[in-house]
Design a protein around this ligand. Structure first.
Ligand code: SDX
Length: 437
């Protein structure tokens, strides 16, 4: 164990009541948060596996990057509250913090900005990857395909055992995701690919690559840039969520960084995870009006009805997702800027939130709005199509995935991830020839 304190006084004693045998399991304290019971020798000592589908009670790794207190609604990145980072930082400041552990000083930030800016272009040949897709391909399918294909292109940054190649891969992934994602959008609408502009911020550059056309100058709105910057920060990292765990598991086999991030994109796509922002918009459009909200809340509570309120609930937050509160504020700022106060979908969302927060079912199950509840409404107001919402999430989360991947490959305790199982299938039996079945 590296920095974590192994509390000598702390052990859990377990007893196998079938034979009276007992074992003391060491307990490890982190710097904050629940203690962990070290069960690495559990199988070799007891002959039993532990069982935890969905890993609701399992810590898969030790990490210094992000801390979440789900009951208190707290989210810290390297110790800094998300509220302060979202309010005060440029996205690349937070990216530097996640990657290297501290907020950058002026020189460090200038150099990091330069490195990311001057890696944001894609090789012209990579444009051909896009022409292999249908125009109506989902942007997550395109992003997953293109990012995975980068490993067929950048042979000089695949070997993560080489510190130089690691940094090049990390820089390329963070720098090129805005270009990759915006090109997926441009391709889908038949507009020419736009090139990055080195005079713009990470968020502003992404907006101009999404919306500028060669026919006229594009004015980057400072309010929309500020909103996009904040949204990218809110989505940058979130501890060991499904997609981050996917990246770590892929990386534990030694897979190259581009393949690992492509795996993360695939996992994020699911509607229970990053795909929820797209699902929220589709749900709000399905509800259609404020006066039908009650009907859908009733359906969400009905055990026999598969309908769930997208954008509500969270595996970890049993309080308000702190990111959702900031998103709600950002939503209001964007609508003020765009003069769309009476946007019907926002009215439906606000009514849905009001009813759900007063409803015993949601209170009892601690189902609060999560980060995805408002993001889709903001993106739609900014003119971003619903199908692009999760790709924007993937763009932001690439920084967290890369930071977690770097931390894992530097971890002296890193091993290939290889969970076991509770086997409930057939015991051994002999083959039966076809004419005897
Ligand atoms: C993200 O892990 C992360 O950090 C993810 C994320 C990140 O930044 O990486 O925060 C991003 O993925 C946010 C979550 C986005 N997903 C959604 O909004 C989809 C809707 N939410 C649910 O599918 C659900 O809440 C999950 C998947 C998010 C969490 O599910 P859990 O923790 O496994 O909880 P559960 O499914 O066991 O639900 C607990 C109870 C169940 O009722 P009971 O079986 O106990 O009677 O709550 C109910 C569920 O039926 N429930 C809901 C509900 N979510 C849970 N009921 C109605 N509507 C919902 N949205």
């Amino acid at each position: 164990m590296t920095n974590e304190k192994k509390s000598a006084a702390n052990t859990f004693t377990i007893t196998d009541n079938s034979n009276g045998k007992s074992w003391d399991l060491p307990v490890i304290d982190g710097t904050v948060g629940p203690r962990v019971v070290d069960i690495r020798k559990f199988y070799s000592d007891t002959g039993c596996f532990t069982y935890d589908p969905g890993f609701t009670s399992t810590g898969s790794c030790s990490s210094k990057i992000t801390y979440i207190d789900g009951d208190a609604g707290v989210l810290l990145h390297r110790g800094y509250p998300i509220e302060q980072l979202a309010e005060n930082c440029d996205f690349l400041e937070v990216a530097f913090l996640l990657l290297f552990g501290n907020l950058p000083n002026a020189d460090e930030l200038k150099q990091f900005n330069h490195d990311i800016t001057y890696h944001s272009m894609l090789h012209e040949q990579i444009q051909r990857f896009y022409s292999g897709f249908r125009r109506d391909a989902h942007p997550m399918a395109v992003s997953c395909g293109v990012v995975g294909a980068l490993s067929a292109f950048y042979h000089d940054s695949l070997d993560f055992t080489d510190p130089y190649q690691r940094i090049v891969a990390e820089t390329r992934l963070i720098a090129k995701m805005p270009t990759i994602v915006s090109w997926a959008y441009k391709y889908s609408i038949g507009q020419p690919f736009t090139y990055p502009r080195n005079d713009l911020s990470y968020a502003g550059n992404f907006l101009q690559m999404l919306f500028s056309v060669p026919c006229e100058p594009y004015r980057v709105s400072p309010v929309l840039t500020k909103a996009m910057n904040r949204i990218l920060i809110l989505h940058a990292d979130h501890e060991q969520n499904a997609s981050t765990s996917t990246v770590r598991l892929a990386g534990s086999s030694g897979a190259n960084p581009f393949a690992c991030i492509a795996a993360g994109i695939a996992s994020l796509w699911g509607p229970s995870h990053g795909g929820a922002n797209e699902a929220v918009l589709n749900m709000l459009m399905q509800i259609g009006s404020k006066d039908r909200v009650g009907e859908y809340v009733k359906r969400a509570k009905d055990k026999d009805d598969p309908f769930r309120l997208m954008g509500f609930g969270h595996r970890v937050y049993k309080n308000y997702d702190p990111r959702a509160k900031i998103m709600q504020q950002t939503c209001r700022e964007v609508f003020d800027e765009l003069g769309v106060h009476n946007e019907p979908l926002l009215q439906i969302a606000m009514e849905l939130e009001r009813i759900a927060l007063e409803d015993d079912y949601f209170i009892e199950k601690k189902l609060y709005p999560n980060v995805d509840f408002y993001s889709g409404i903001i993106f739609r107001a900014m003119g971003i199509p619903t199908s692009m919402f999760t790709a924007l999430f993937a763009l932001a989360r690439t920084t967290g995935w890369v930071a977690q991947w770097l931390e894992m490959i530097d971890d002296p305790e890193m091993k290939i991830g290889r969970p076991r199982q509770l086997y409930t299938g057939a015991t051994q039996r002999d083959y039966v020839p076809l004419d005897k079945r």
